[in-house]
Design a protein around this ligand. Structure first.
Ligand code: ASP
Ligand code: MG
Length: 413
């Protein structure tokens, strides 16, 4: 029997009526002869509400307790969906992440899956049940405490389970039709992509395309899981994410992603001596802060500025660690700018087509957008711009590469 893993996001299970519709859809998969595993997110804005309730009680809620609190959102969804399936005559059993064998490290708030022991899931499937698993959570191998996988982590639960079970496909149900060439809320002619390679999707997710959590794509790539991102509100095909060789059309560029959730930190007047960067970033690494772009300027009189971006949510933690260190290493100060945005152009075809960065910078300059930082990978060019200009920047770049619905047929890219 084919094994299918379906993941439903918060909007798809946003209220009781939607939950019933998801149950209909799951029942259809079950009756169609699939062994069906369903991973659910918390309903609507439940996770945000839980976070803000804790924040109203404390500025520093213990991470262990915060994780237990946040996992409750997914438990509500999983049990309600099981009830809705039972009501439809479909046998269903729900499991928490821990019960489903999602084993993680002990880093609360962004734990990594280290192993999956899906014995109970397989047992329940063999008995003929639909299995429902609470997304976004696991249990630490070392501490035995409940952990969460980071915001958007249900995607990773789903893809990781699909890998562990050898599922034929992992369907990610969301409230949009798939992955687009840019955010359709900004770019009205953004186009739905039929296929995106793992590498491109990794870059797009890491650069702010909210549709899949980065780690879910890593899992997909490492284990060869085909991911189908699609809408839970229609039956139309969405976007497939898979290996590059599955790609039919050979567009150079896949899309433009943007991210307004980061801040830029500049450590000023850092002594330009060996080992200083290692100390700075070593210390940041120990606090589990994910540093993104790093730029070091040419040094003047033996001193240099080092700038980097990091998630705004980690800013306080990073500064608390950096401030004493700045004095220790003899730097002059720290400056934080949280009015920034990152705009990234992603496409596997860049590897073989020179001039992409120049065309992107040209489009930004024509739109009057100033570039503050630049970073690249073999298949991505990212710039930091002022947050007030993010929409202009996204529109200009999208247009310069003819990525729009109406443009692609006329000119290609
Ligand atoms: N409920 C969690 C969140 O809002 C996990 C998820 O939806 O994927 O981040
Ligand atoms: Mg999500």
């Amino acid at each position: 029997m084919p094994i299918v893993v379906q993941k439903y996001g918060g909007t798809s299970v946003g209220d009781v009526d939607r939950m019933k519709r998801v149950a209909d859809r799951v029942a259809r998969s079950h009756r169609g002869g699939n062994q069906t595993v369903v991973v659910v997110s918390a309903m609507g804005k439940t996770t945000d509400d839980l976070v803000s309730m804790a924040a109203r009680i404390s500025d520093h809620p213990p991470e262990r307790e915060l994780d237990i609190l946040l996992t409750s959102g997914e438990r509500i969804s999983m049990s309600l969906l099981a009830i809705a399936l039972a009501e439809r005559g479909v046998p269903a059993k729900s499991f928490t992440g821990s019960q489903a064998g999602i084993i993680t490290d002990a880093v609360h708030g962004k734990a990594r899956i280290v192993d999956i022991t899906p014995g109970r899931v397989q047992g329940a499937l063999e008995e003929g049940n639909v299995v429902i698993v609470a997304g976004f959570q696991g249990v630490s191998q070392d501490t035995k405490d409940i952990t969460t996988l980071g915001r958007g982590g249900s995607d990773t639960t789903a893809v990781a389970l699909a890998a562990a079970l050898g599922a034929d496909v992992c369907e990610i149900y969301t409230d949009v039709d798939g992955v687009f060439t840019a955010d359709p809320r900004i770019v009205s002619n953004a186009r739905k992509l039929d296929f995106v390679s793992y590498e491109e999707m990794l870059e797009m997710s890491a650069q702010g395309a909210g549709v899949l959590q980065v780690r879910s794509v890593e899992f997909g790539r490492n284990h060869g899981v085909r991911i189908h991102v699609r809408s839970s509100f229609s039956y139309t095909d969405g976007t497939w994410v898979g290996p590059q060789e599955d790609k039919m059309e050979d567009a150079i560029i896949s899309g433009v992603a943007h991210d307004t959730s980061e801040a830029k930190v500049t450590v000023q007047g850092v002594p330009d001596t060996p080992g200083v960067a290692a100390r700075l970033f070593g210390a940041l690494g120990e606090t589990n802060v994910n540093i993104d772009m790093i730029v070091q300027n040419v040094s003047l009189d033996g001193r240099t500025d080092i700038s980097f971006t990091l998630p705004r949510g980690d800013q306080a933690k990073a500064l608390a660690m950096l401030e004493p260190l700045v004095t220790e290493i003899g730097a002059e100060g720290i400056h934080v700018d949280d009015d920034i945005a990152k705009v990234s152009l992603v496409g596997a075809g860049m590897k073989t087509h020179p001039g992409v960065a120049a065309r992107m910078f040209g489009a930004l300059s024509a739109a009057g957008v100033n570039i503050e930082m630049i970073s690249t990978s073999t298949i991505r060019v990212s710039v930091v711009v002022s947050k007030t200009q993010v929409e202009q920047a996204v529109l200009a770049v999208h247009d310069a590469f003819n990525l729009g619905e109406d443009q692609v047929l006329e000119e290609g890219n």
